[in-house]
Write a protein that binds this ligand. Structure first.
Ligand code: IPD
Ligand code: CA
Ligand code: CA
Length: 272
């Protein structure tokens, strides 16, 4: 790893830990407020504070880098995604946060020319920090991680999630029905970043969902470097960076990849 990347990795880790402290403090002191962004999508004052903390620090240390962050800059132009880019979800698991659940993470990825170089998913209530560096390692609290060795769907534990908008609930329900009837069981943990990291470290056998780039940029690198398979129900368009592509993503242990994709595709195309 270059010196520069090493420094960026240390900076990102320090930032994730500071963000985690803020996330815990605001909930412990009952400091946070809740409101709705659009429709029924919840956002808390902590999401906004963490976004601001991360943005300020990145801008101060790397003024020429771009930031794609859920709360303050979710819509960058294609050109801005080239070059050095930070992809940030200040709180992944906002609903969990608001309800007092602990599956909550801050997710920070550093990407160069569309390729994720560093991924950190820090879950402050769980005291767990996932960290990956492209081409090197994937660790949980400094220990190397790997996916399960599952090869059979009936013994596979699968996670998924659902969007805030309900317009695709028909196809999502068909997929859940198929997964329930072919797999061991299903989990809905409420944080896509943690779902993916849990596949990476063997707490789940697979995960599928459509999310946004900030939900998965860091976790996908963590999963890939740990040895998980990453696939899509439909191939990403050529002009999109695969590391930021978030539609119909399937991340799983390699032994169940083709069977899981098959049942999800069948469910997608079966009559309602
Ligand atoms: C959400 C979580 C959830 C997933 C949603 C995401 P947020 O992120 O990752 O698990 O199912 O699609 O939007 O809103 O808590 O940052
Ligand atoms: Ca999220
Ligand atoms: Ca979020």
């Amino acid at each position: 790893m270059s010196h520069q990347l090493h420094d960026i990795s240390n900076f990102a880790m320090d930032l994730a830990l500071r963000a985690g402290e803020l996330i815990v403090r605001e909930r412990r002191d009952a400091q946070f407020e809740q409101r709705y962004k659009s429709g029924d999508e919840l956002v808390t004052s902590t999401d906004l504070k963490v976004d601001e903390l991360i943005r300020k620090q990145i801008t101060r240390n790397y003024p020429d880098h771009q930031i794609l962050s859920e709360e303050s800059s979710p819509n960058l132009a294609v050109d801005q995604l080239k070059g050095p880019l930070w992809v940030v979800d200040p709180i992944d698991g906002t609903v969990n946060y608001a309800y007092g659940h602990n599956q909550v993470a801050v997710s920070i990825a550093y990407v160069e020319d569309g390729v994720a170089q560093i991924g950190i998913v820090h879950a402050p209530f769980l005291h767990e920090t996932f960290h990956a560096i492209r081409g090197e390692t994937s660790v949980l609290n400094h220990k190397r991680i790997k996916p399960t060795e599952a090869t059979e769907l009936p013994r596979a534990l699968i996670a998924t999630g659902f969007p805030y908008t309900k317009d695709e609930s028909g196809v999502l329900a068909r997929r859940v029905t198929q997964v329930l009837s072919h797999c061991r069981d299903i989990r809905r943990l409420g944080s896509a970043a943690l779902d993916i990291c849990f596949v990476a470290c063997g707490r789940l056998d697979g995960y599928y969902e459509t999310v946004s780039p900030w939900d998965l940029a860091a976790a996908k690198l963590i999963a890939r470097e740990a040895g998980a398979s990453i696939a899509y129900l439909e191939a990403p368009p050529a002009e999109v960076s695969e590391d930021l592509y978030a539609k119909d993503v399937v991340i799983c242990t390699p032994g169940i990849e083709s069977a899981l994709i098959q049942i999800l595709r069948n469910a997608t195309h079966s009559p309602a």
